[in-house]
Write a protein that binds this ligand. Structure first.
Ligand code: COA
Length: 321
């Protein structure tokens, strides 16, 4: 396995938000745990971030782009509605003829993409797959809506996964779920086939993310607690057997409430939301890469990933590194 991540250079702090919104550093830190987030600049996009993260993951795996059998990219902020962002990354990497497609599952995207890649490997169809999680939600955030824009940051994370015969390595548990009844908890109403872009939809701000914050909060706590318990029961794991939980970096309070609910110790939970905000599909692979690079996760470690987001969608995975 190899991992890589990339966050754009531009940083927006809570103090920067104080200049444009009726908010405060204290409110944002207390309600979310976020202190700063990285934002794309002109010339950057989901594909450029994903390409850099992928180069780093390939380097880490000691592979060349041509060694890949497949590229799967999880994103809900693609460069264009078509073609897929995965195809832009394929071209930028020079991974000629390697099949590439996107997966759309918002903040659960990386776990969905990992499950997709794992399916191809289990079937014996492909052996080496680049799995990317990338989002640039700052491009779609309404910077006049203090209840949502302060949450999001941009970033990318990538993992090169490979077929293995070792039973302690690779994906040991997967649980995916969705509930389309909750589609309007987080959505972007216009710009798709239901409501194509017009001057009116732009004027009405319908190309920005709309979010029912409190409802998302309750859903996220419930699903994270469910996934922690379900994964441990399904794999017959105790807290001691898990080296690290990597949750979707949604909100410090959500993560703490969920772990408290199921008595899971926070010292085994990786949290970097204070520096990146919620980077949606990028948050889990970015955290995974950071934890590996700072020496907190080594070969042989057991990691439990839990994610939840727009759709509604959720997903959990237990992975032996
Ligand atoms: N700064 C200051 N005040 C703010 C604010 C901000 N950035 N955002 C909202 N407020 C205000 C509201 O206007 C409201 O004021 P009022 O009581 O005068 O009406 C008050 O704070 C409480 O609003 P509420 O929405 O109930 O706050 P909250 O405690 O639920 O926190 C979120 C808001 C968005 C931080 C919280 O609901 C949350 O994190 N939800 C999950 C969202 C999420 O993670 N989405 C992505 C999922 S993948």
């Amino acid at each position: 396995m190899g991992t890589g991540s990339y966050a754009p250079q531009t940083v927006m702090t809570n103090a920067d938000f104080e200049k444009i919104l009726d908010t405060s550093d204290e409110w944002i830190v207390q309600r979310t745990g976020i202190r700063q987030r990285h934002l794309v600049a002109d010339g950057e996009s989901s594909a450029t971030l994903a390409t850099e993260a992928s180069r780093r993951a390939l380097d880490d795996a000691g592979m060349a782009p041509g060694d890949l059998d497949l590229i799967v990219c999880a994103t809900v902020s693609p460069d264009m509605l078509l073609p897929s962002t995965a195809c832009f990354v394929q071209e930028a990497l020079g991974a000629t003829d390697v099949p590439a497609f996107d997966v759309s599952a918002a903040c659960s995207g990386f776990v969905y993409a990992l499950a997709t890649a794992n399916g191809f490997i289990s079937q014996g169809l492909y052996r080496r797959i680049l799995v990317i999680g990338v989002d640039t939600l700052s491009r779609f955030a309404d910077f006049s809506d203090r209840g949502s824009c302060i949450l999001f940051g941009d970033g990318a994370g990538a993992a090169v996964i490979e077929a293995t015969d070792r039973p302690d390595r690779g994906v040991r548990y997967l649980k995916l779920g969705a509930d389309g009844k909750g589609w309007d908890y987080i959505c972007m109403p216009a710009g798709g086939s239901r409501k194509p872009a017009t001057a009116e939809t732009v004027a009405a701000g319908e190309h920005f993310i709309k979010m029912r914050g409190r409802d998302v909060y309750k859903f996220a706590v419930e699903k994270m607690a469910f996934l922690l318990e379900d994964a441990m029961a399904a794999c017959n794991l105790s807290v001691d057997d898990i080296d690290m939980v990597i949750p979707h970096q949604v909100n410090q309070r959500i993560i703490e409430s969920a772990t408290e609910k199921v008595n899971f110790p926070m010292d085994k939970v990786y949290v970097n939301i204070e520096r990146y905000g919620n980077t949606s599909g990028a948050s889990i692979p970015l955290a995974l890469d950071e934890a590996r690079r700072n020496g907190q996760l080594g070969s042989g470690a057991t990691v439990l990933m839990v994610a939840f987001g727009a759709g509604l969608t959720w997903g959990g995975a237990v992975v032996g590194l």
